[in-house]
Design a protein around this ligand. Sequence first.
Ligand code: BTN
Length: 248
Amino acid sequence: MLDQDFIIQNAKFANTIIEVLQEIDSTNLYLKKNLNCPRICFAEMQTKGRGRMGRAWHSPFGQNIYMSYAYHFKQDINELSGLSLVIAMAMLNAIKQIGIDAPIMLKWPNDGIYKGQKLMGNLIQMQGEAAIIGLGINVNMMECESDDITQDWTSLKKITGKEIDRNLLCVALIDNLNTSLQRFCHYGLADFKSQWQQLDYLYNQTIKLNDGEFSGIAKGINEQGNLLLELANGEIKAFAAGETSICK
Ligand code: BTN
């Protein structure tokens, strides 16, 4: 079970409200309704977990991590364009910090992928000057009977064959998110670009954007964190948002 006292005692950053809820509609919605920055909540289960593009996020009790972080940025909203990439990198650093060293890659703009299967994602929603940063990681989930999940998925337990201590991962997430958010506020995405290049699942792959609206060869990201796509005519076009998939 998630242990609120353990997480509070072991997370390095003390000035943040941290709470563990048993059941909630969605941790992002909860922080929107109870806005206070900085504030973090975890839930054992969500009844209306949401992913990007309005999709449902499968959130069974006691198995995974559902976390939201309300964070106040001093920057203008259009300077936050690379934030979902930074969050995805911080999530992966936290996973590595607890000793999991699997070749997990990041798929623009925010997915964690292992052998083509989705492991985790993030959903950032702006509420006034606050960003509600929601993270979902499949941790100990071994099966899913619901049809909420529409793509191939995996979990840390499936990857490692071992039960993962979710409390340790929660502490590592808080520490890595705080460090990364501070770096992002000071130095911007530029400070993270080389790490992204090493983890870029789509790089040099022929991909489709938004179900075939555009297709081309993925060429990494620009300074704003936009996806660079080399189109058939050789033009390199930058995209700020969208869904990507590798052409088979
Ligand atoms: C995605 O890849 O589509 C993003 C998934 C984000 C899921 C998390 S779980 C905690 C937080 N609460 C939600 O309702 N969604 C995010």
